[in-house]
Design a protein around this ligand. Structure first.
Ligand code: GAL
Length: 821
């Protein structure tokens, strides 16, 4: 009986949800885009019967997309994703969504748009297959109209297959892990991605916005339409054009509208002003189509003598390579995840991102547009040849081929590339395209025609230059001159010092970019400093002899060349646009040089949770103008009493002075062009180290490390206390363990319990320990080297949130938030 009641309640709740999915208050069917992220049913297996609309999915889990189920874990040595996929589970899964479309929409068309579903997605509507898309990173739209029940129930079923493993060189995530949108359109409409906006004749006084788009008429009669195109800045119309268009039944018409904008606000990293271009099509006075895109008015210049410029000002790309997943939430990336990631990077001095090595979410590019980041938008990591990356299995280095893109390249590459450019070409942030990363075929002549074909596809759709991250310059395998010269901008991965000189000889007129450099800058997790026997033991754990023990300050030149040298070369050569370091953030998978139990990389200056490592401050010293100095290691080096320890400093001042317990240990010069860091040999004794940085003799910054006492309290850092009541907003709550005097306890590993009350829930935790197998979805987390993270997500109700971090023996900390619409 109880079960029966429960079922009735579930059905009732479901009906309420369905009714609210599409509300149609007006008789005139309006074109509209409906967020389709809520109330999906999900199961972690392939259920072919679920294609049928009659299938009963009430017992399945209800989820909200973006949804990545691999991240739930568990980590296991038996998972076939292997170290490449962070030892996380993969496989098949099925999603269903039931919805109603009002009868008043009957004369309209219904489309569904997925920004990405990982991978091999097959989409069915009411039992009919509408599409298959093997690539998991690409956006796609299907026309559902023919099979929709107007004024009745409809079921969308999506099956995914990510079981061929290892399925990539990095963690991919599995699921409908990006936004879904239901699009209701009139039979007169502007097709997906057809609205393309550029600007020309840009000066201080005026600019021309050029909007091109198609109008499709699927009505049985010809249509005499009015087309109104407006340019808006902060919601205010700044330019408008009106014209008539006759579109014959069953035909498509393409239009080009030019609009003049006076005194344009030019887009640049410092002033990321965006205009909205809105097109409204009216049929007999009724709006039948209404599409908008955002655009940045800016002049991009690429010239070997004057360098890369925006609106005439030369800019160097101080860039990082990123993978699409972003820490404890895996690949299910929310707007706030991306914003925070870019905020932390911007504070490091970074202004550019390479989307390595695949299309990212539309939201990622939206946020880059808004924040003024520059993007090298990359599409492929493999062409026709399967990559066999080195990895460690049972203590041995082996080469395991990945089951990634090579098998479908011939059939899908042109379509995927076309859709990638069509989706992303309106973004102001995109300053170049990349057709590949370390494509082995580029070392042979057979790669050249493929490269030319891909470049042609892009050139037909957009005028921004194309690059290709080639590996091998200055190494054993120097790609042929032909390979490099296919690209508009030569892309060099891991070029060595003399490589750029050689390029100046071979191709004096070419523009280039260091598409990748400075990998494996550290193999230790954040704030790990090992001395003597401890260090030997760390590397002994590896099980094989490893000689390339990179640290932030040692042997960094082994891959590519020293960070400071690379930046110096790039800085001083106008024809080199900039650099992208590998990577900005640690990522799941590719755990080089480790095998099990390591589950995430450790190369980056920022750990998986967004906590800076020492390397972060190296880039800050090179890239940022904000005065800074950073010293390391921390000063809780038990066992080192009386022994000499090297203390390092990074600064953008021209001198640094180190003080131990108030006594000066001397000043060191910092010639920003040659010197990467300053160092002192210091005899360790508990106490205080202070570094003061000077510029032209004046103090500009200081940094202090103190020997901390026992853990006593939890410091909590949040960037915002007012969150959006939209069910999607997040707060990343960063916890640090302090002693009673407020000093960071550098090795603290206390277990912290998180509790949230009010209008939010905890959706992720982490601590940046690359070896930890604790679930990212727990409600507690041990600190790792003093830090851990909790991520909370708001509900849709306006209200208060109280977050509590507590741990046995430590003072409890409470943070309050409010949410608003
Ligand atoms: C590069 C490659 C990256 C990543 C990196 C690790 O050669 O392009 O995708 O694998 O090595 O060091």
């Amino acid at each position: 009986m109880r079960n029966q009641n429960l079922k009735i309640l579930k059905v009732f709740t479901l009906c309420l949800c369905l009714i609210s999915v599409i509300s149609c208050k007006e008789d005139i069917a309006k074109p509209e885009n409906i967020a389709f992220n809520k109330n999906w049913k999900f199961i972690q297996k392939d259920v072919q019967e679920a294609i049928s609309p009659q299938f009963d999915d009430t017992e399945w889990e209800t989820v909200r997309v973006p949804h990545d189920w691999s991240i739930k874990g568990p980590f296991s040595k038996d998972n076939p994703s292997f170290s490449r996929g962070g030892w996380l589970p993969t496989g098949k899964s099925t999603y269903r969504k039931t919805f109603r479309v009002n009868a008043s929409q009957e004369n309209n068309k219904v489309f569904v748009y997925f920004d990405g579903a990982y991978r091999n997605s097959v989409v069915y509507i009411n039992g009919k297959k509408v599409g298959y898309r093997p690539m998991g990173y690409i956006g796609f739209e299907y026309d559902l109209s023919e099979h929709i029940n107007f004024n009745g129930s409809n079921v969308l079923t999506v099956t995914l297959d990510n079981s061929a493993q290892p399925g990539s060189r990095w963690y991919t995530g599995t699921g409908i892990y990006r936004d879904v949108t239901l699009k209701i359109r009139n039979k007169t409409y502007i097709p997906n991605w057809s609205l393309y906006v550029t600007s020309s004749r840009i000066s201080k006084g005026e600019a021309t916005i050029n909007a091109t788009f198609d109008i499709k008429n699927e009505n049985l009669e010809d249509k005499n339409l009015t087309v109104e195109t407006r340019v808006l800045l902060n919601g205010k119309i700044v330019s408008i054009s009106k014209e008539d268009a006759l579109v014959a039944s069953g035909k498509k018409k393409d239009l080009l509208i030019n609009l003049k904008v006076d005194n344009p606000k030019l887009w640049s990293p410092k002033t990321p002003d965006l205009y909205t271009v809105n097109v409204q099509i009216k049929d007999n006075g009724v709006v039948v189509a209404n599409e908008s895109v955002r655009t940045g008015i800016r002049k991009l210049g690429y010239h070997k003598d004057t360098g890369f410029s925006i609106n005439g000002e030369q800019i160097k790309l101080k860039g990082v390579c990123l993978h699409h997943a972003a820490g404890p939430l895996g690949a299910a990336v929310y707007k706030r995840t991306i914003e925070r990631q870019l905020e932390v990077l911007r504070e490091m001095g970074c202004n550019a991102v390479r989307t390595s090595h695949n299309p990212f979410s539309s939201e990622f590019l939206d946020i880059c547009d808004e924040m003024g980041f520059l993007v090298m938008n990359e599409v492929f990591d493999e062409w026709e040849i399967v990559k066999k990356p080195t990895t460690v299995q049972d203590g041995k280095k082996v080469r395991i081929p990945v089951k990634y893109y090579a098998n479908i390249f011939k059939e899908w590459a042109d379509k995927d590339l076309t859709d990638f450019v069509l989706r992303d070409r309106n973004h102001a942030s995109v300053v170049m395209w990349s057709i590949g990363n370390e494509i082995d075929q580029m070392k042979t002549d057979e790669g050249i025609p493929i490269a030319n074909r891909l470049i042609d596809i892009i050139h037909k759709l957009d005028d921004r230059p194309v690059t290709n991250g080639l590996i091998g310059y200055g190494w054993d395998a120097w790609p042929s001159e032909g390979a490099a010269s296919t690209s508009d901008i030569r892309g060099y991965n891991y070029i060595k010092e003399n490589g750029l000189d050689r390029e100046d000889q071979v191709a004096p007129d070419a523009m280039g970019i260091v598409t990748e450099c400075a990998s494996a800058q550290s193999y230790y997790p954040r704030n790990t400093y090992l001395y003597g026997e401890e260090k030997a033991q760390w590397w002994a754990k590896l099980g094989y002899k490893h000689t390339d023990a990179y640290e932030w300050v040692e042997k960094r030149e082994l891959i590519g060349y020293r960070g400071v040298q690379a930046w110096k070369d790039i800085k001083n050569r106008p024809n080199i646009m900039g650099q992208f370091i590998w990577t900005g953030w640690d990522y799941l998978g590719e755990v080089i040089p480790y095998g099990w139990p390591a589950r995430s990389s450790s190369f980056a200056p920022i750990d998986l949770c967004g906590f800076p490592k020492d390397g972060y401050y190296f880039y800050q010293s090179q890239w940022s103008e904000k005065p800074m100095v950073h010293i390391f290691p921390h000063w809780n080096l038990d066992g080192m009493e009386g022994k000499e320890v090297t203390v390092y400093a990074y600064t953008n001042g021209d001198e640094v002075e180190l003080f131990q317990d108030g006594k000066s240990l001397g000043k060191q010069k910092n010639n920003l062009n040659d010197v990467e860091y300053q160092q002192w040999q210091v005899v360790y004794k508990p106490g205080e180290l202070k570094a003061i940085s000077y510029k032209n003799g004046k103090q500009i910054a200081e940094d202090v490390v103190k020997t901390a006492g026992k853990p006593a309290k939890i410091d909590v850092f949040v960037r915002r206390k007012t969150l959006k009541a939209d069910g999607e907003d997040l707060s990343y709550i960063e916890c640090t363990i302090l002693d009673k005097d407020g000093n960071v306890v550098p090795k603290a590993d206390n277990l912290i319990q998180f509790k949230v009350e009010g209008e939010a829930k905890i959706i992720g935790v982490g601590n940046g320990d690359n070896f930890s197998h604790t679930s990212f979805q727990a409600k507690e987390r041990k600190a790792f080297n003093s830090k851990c993270l909790a991520i909370i997500q708001t509900s849709e109700n306006i209200g208060d949130i109280t977050f509590t971090a507590s741990s046995q023996g430590l003072e409890t900390t409470v943070v309050s938030f409010k949410t608003e619409k």
